[in-house]
Design a protein around this ligand. Structure first.
Ligand SMILES: [Zn+2]
Ligand SMILES: [Zn+2]
Length: 300
């Protein structure tokens, strides 16, 4: 099997934030009234938009909510290249002392603009599609439950180049072998193997293949559900120290449940417990420690 010399990674994190009272009112008014609110700083008296956290001008606590805009002036902009022509703009809404950052459509610096409201509004900043040249049209109002949360999605794609040591390790995994290497100075045996010893900063060598049995040195049972969770709770994550290794790595400790899913071991997990790797079939392996080994099974 020829492994790629780079790994594609995706950090895909979904968050749900509680809004707090000021942002709850801010988002609810966007959705129901097509109205924009700022908050007056209790220390400097300036009006901050959006009313999030503390005053961005002086750090003071935010006090009463103040209706601003909806019109304003473009104070700065960055044209975004490619795709539909649009810009990121800083708009100073009428009555505000800070700029709201949003998208602009066919705008220029110094132009009077107003929000273009989305037809379907859900209580997010995207209820404003963008800012465009001011016109007299007014959107319709509606009523709904106050907005209590903000959903945010962070998605980050990156490519990681694979060095010689990691490539050798990954090729071994596909064959069902767990490679390790050893620091010539302190004698520590690393798995996954390392190009350099993190303690002594000297190159590691002395390659060896370890067995797939080891010991749990520490563990945590995950009982709390969270957005994006892929494994059914409760499940157990542990530091596993393979026999002959000095370093540990994180892996799942489990057993196969009635529907083929991973479950926490029926007899529980303890520090010092003996475990053995539960490998995926060779055809499914991709040279990844936390995937080619599906989990570790109790072995006592
Ligand atoms: Zn202030
Ligand atoms: Zn060392």
């Amino acid at each position: 099997m020829n492994l790629d010399r780079a790994i594609e990674h995706v950090v895909d994190a979904a968050y749900v934030h509680a809004t707090g009272s000021h942002l709850s009112r801010f988002f609810t008014a966007l959705r129901d009234e097509c109205a924009i609110h700022g908050a007056r700083c209790a220390r400097c008296g300036k009006v901050v938009v959006p009313p999030s956290g503390a005053c961005e001008l002086c750090g003071g606590a935010l006090g009463e909510l103040v209706r601003v805009g909806p019109g304003g002036v473009v104070r700065g902009m960055t044209q975004v290249a490619g795709g539909a022509p649009r810009a990121v703009v800083r708009v100073r809404l009428d009555g505000a002392n800070t700029d709201l950052v949003h998208f602009g459509r066919d705008v220029a610096r110094g132009m009077r603009v107003a929000p273009v409201w989305a037809a379907e509004r859900s209580g997010t900043i995207r209820d404003i599609v963008c800012f465009a040249r001011e016109s007299p049209e007014q959107p319709s109002e509606r009523r709904g439950e106050p907005v209590a949360t903000v959903r945010a999605q962070l998605e980050l794609h990156y490519r990681q180049a694979i060095g010689e040591v990691e490539l050798k390790f990954r090729e071994g995994l596909v064959r069902g072998e767990i490679g390790a290497n050893r620091c010539a100075e302190c004698g520590s045996v690393y798995v996954p193997p390392r190009p350099f010893c993190p303690s002594c900063f000297v190159p590691c060598g002395d390659w060896r293949v370890l067995g797939d049995t080891g010991t749990v040195t520490a563990f945590v049972t995950v009982n709390v559900p969270f957005t994006g969770q892929e494994i059914e709770i409760p499940y157990v994550l542990a530091h596993v120290q393979l026999d002959g290794a000095d370093a540990t790595f994180f892996h799942l400790i489990g057993a196969t449940g009635p529907r083929g899913q991973l479950v926490a071991p029926p007899g529980g997990v303890r520090a010092g417990m003996r475990v053995r790797a539960g490998w995926r079939p060779e055809a499914d392996r991709r040279g990844l420690l936390n995937d080619d080994i599906d989990h570790f099974d109790p072995a006592e």
